[in-house]
Design a protein around this ligand. Structure first.
Ligand code: SF4
Length: 412
C-alpha cells in the first residue's frame, strides 16, 4: 500500500499503483508542470471514440447513482449551447474523496472537463465546489494553464441535499440550491436552461485517464466487469482510515480485515448497513446486487465493543434537518423517524412503528434524500437488531459510542 499524507485530506493511500492519485505520494499537490510530466497534455477525442471507450470499460458515474457515463453522454446534443458541469459539491460529511481529488490533483479534473467539452463541441464549462480549499485549488490550477480560460470555477452552498446535481444547477441558475424534482433532467434543462453533461469530479478525472491511457491500458487494472480504480473513504475499524484509491474488484475483506460479521455502513448517509460486506468485491454492480450500493464511496466499520445506535440516531437527526422542506413526507416524516431511531438508542423503540413510518416516507420526495435516509435507517434496524434488543432489555448497552460517523460540528 502506498501511503500519502495530504494536508487537507488527512491520510491518503492507494492499493497498487496509484492512477488518480499518481504523483501525490511525491509532492502532495500535483501542480501543472508535474501533472504534464505524469500525464502529458489532455488527449482530446471525438464523441464517438469516447462513447465506445466508456462502454468498453463500463465507466460508471462516481457521484452516487453509478449511472453509465456513456448513456449520459449519448443523450447529449453537441454544439455551443451544450454545457459541462463538474460537480465538486461533496455534501456527504463522511466522504473526503472528492475534496482529496480536487486539492491533490486538480489538473486531472480539468483535463476530464476539457475532454468532455471537446467531445460535445462546446466551451461552456463550470466546476461547482463548496469546500474552500478545493475551490482555491481549482481556481489556482485553472490559472496555471492557458487551455482552461473558458472554465468557470464557482462556489456553491454547503449542504447534503444542496450538493445533489439538480440542486447545484438550481443554485447556480436561481440562487436556491434545492432539487427541482425527479423530472428535472440536466441533460435537457440544466445550466442556464442549456442541455448539460453533469457528473461528479471523480467521473471527469476517470474520463481524463481513459483518453490519456487508452482502453487497453485503462483496463489493465480492476475487475473484468468494471475495469479501473475508484476512490473510497474508509472510516473506523478498517485497513487504514482515510481516502484510498483501490482497483475495482478488490475483495472488501482486504479493506476490512478481521471481524467478518461486524456491521458495516456502505455508501455513506444514504447508504446501507450490512453484516455481509466481507465477502463482496468492490464493484458498483456487485455491491448494488447485494443491496448495498457504493453510493458516495464511504465504507465505515465501527470498532468492536462500541455502541452504534447512538451514532445512527445522531446521523438520522442530521438527515432530518437536511430536508429542504418542500415535500411533506420528507419534512415531517424524517424528524419522526429520527425520534424512532433515538428511541432505539434509549431502549424504548418500536420496530413496528418505525417500519410503518419508513414506508410512509419511502418514494415520496421530489429528490432522493428521503429514500436515502430511509435506506440508512431501515438497514440499521435490520442489521443492528441484536443491539436494539440489548438496549431494550437494559435501557442501554454500557459501551462507549462508536464515534466513526462524522457530522458537521453544528449537528453534534
Ligand atoms: S424530498 Fe426532501 S430534500 Fe428532497 S426536495 Fe423534497 S423536501 Fe427537499
Amino acid at each position: 500500500m502506498t501511503i500519502i499524507d495530504n494536508a487537507h485530506a488527512g491520510s491518503v493511500s492507494s492499493l497498487g499503483t496509484p492512477r488518480l492519485l499518481a504523483g501525490v505520494d511525491q509532492v502532495g499537490h500535483v501542480d501543472a508542470a508535474h501533472h504534464r510530466a505524469l500525464h502529458g497534455d489532455p488527449v482530446l477525442r471525438s464523441r464517438a471514440w469516447l462513447l465506445g471507450a466508456m462502454r468498453e470499460v463500463n465507466l460508471l458515474g462516481r457521484g452516487g447513482a453509478a449511472f453509465p457515463v456513456a448513456t449520459k453522454l449519448e443523450a447529449m446534443p453537441t454544439g455551443s449551447s451544450t454545457a459541462i458541469l463538474v460537480n465538486g459539491s461533496e455534501g456527504e460529511p463522511a466522504s473526503r474523496k472528492d475534496r482529496t481529488l480536487m486539492t491533490a490533483v486538480p489538473h486531472l479534473v480539468i483535463d476530464g472537463a476539457l475532454v468532455a467539452a471537446h467531445a460535445l463541441d462546446t466551451q461552456v464549462i463550470t466546476i461547482a465546489i463548496h469546500d474552500p480549499w478545493s475551490y482555491e485549488s481549482l481556481v489556482r490550477a485553472a490559472r496555471e494553464r492557458p487551455d482552461a480560460d473558458a472554465i468557470s470555477v464557482v462556489r456553491t452552498r454547503d449542504g447534503f441535499v444542496g450538493g445533489e446535481i439538480r440542486a447545484v444547477i438550481n443554485g447556480l441558475n436561481a440562487g436556491v440550491a434545492r432539487p427541482g424534482g425527479r423530472r428535472h433532467l440536466p441533460h435537457t434543462h440544466g445550466m442556464s436552461g442549456r442541455p448539460t453533461f453533469a457528473s461528479n469530479v471523480e467521473t471527469f478525472a476517470q474520463i481524463a485517464l481513459l483518453t490519456g491511457m487508452g482502453v487497453a491500458d485503462y483496463a489493465r487494472t480492476g475487475s473484468p466487469v468494471e475495469p479501473g480504480s475508484s476512490l473510497v473513504t474508509l472510516l473506523g475499524d478498517v485497513v487504514r482510515p482515510g481516502v484510498l484509491e483501490v482497483p475495482n474488484g478488490t475483495p472488501l475483506e482486504m479493506l476490512l480485515p478481521g471481524q467478518a460479521d461486524a456491521p458495516v455502513l456502505i455508501g455513506g448517509y444514504h447508504g446501507t448497513w450490512t453484516r455481509a460486506a466481507h465477502d463482496l468485491p468492490l464493484t458498483r454492480s456487485s455491491l448494488r446486487a447485494a443491496g448495498a450500493p457504493l453510493g458516495a464511496g464511504v465504507i465505515a466499520r465501527p470498532f468492536p465493543g462500541t455502541c452504534v445506535l447512538s451514532e445512527v440516531a445522531a446521523v438520522s437527526r442530521w438527515l432530518a434537518a437536511e430536508s429542504t422542506g418542500q415535500c411533506g413526507p420528507c419534512f415531517f416524516g424524517l424528524p419522526a423517524l429520527a425520534d424512532d431511531m433515538q428511541a432505539f438508542a434509549d431502549g424504548t423503540g418500536s420496530e413496528a412503528q418505525a417500519i410503518r413510518r419508513l414506508e410512509q416516507v419511502r418514494g415520496r420526495g421530489a429528490c432522493a434524500h428521503p429514500d436515502g435516509a430511509v435506506q440508512f435507517m431501515s438497514s440499521a434496524i435490520t442489521t443492528l437488531a441484536d443491539d436494539i434488543r440489548v438496549h431494550r432489555l437494559h435501557g442501554a448497552c454500557g459501551r462507549p459510542p462508536s464515534a466513526v460517523l462524522p457530522l458537521p460540528r453544528s449537528a453534534r
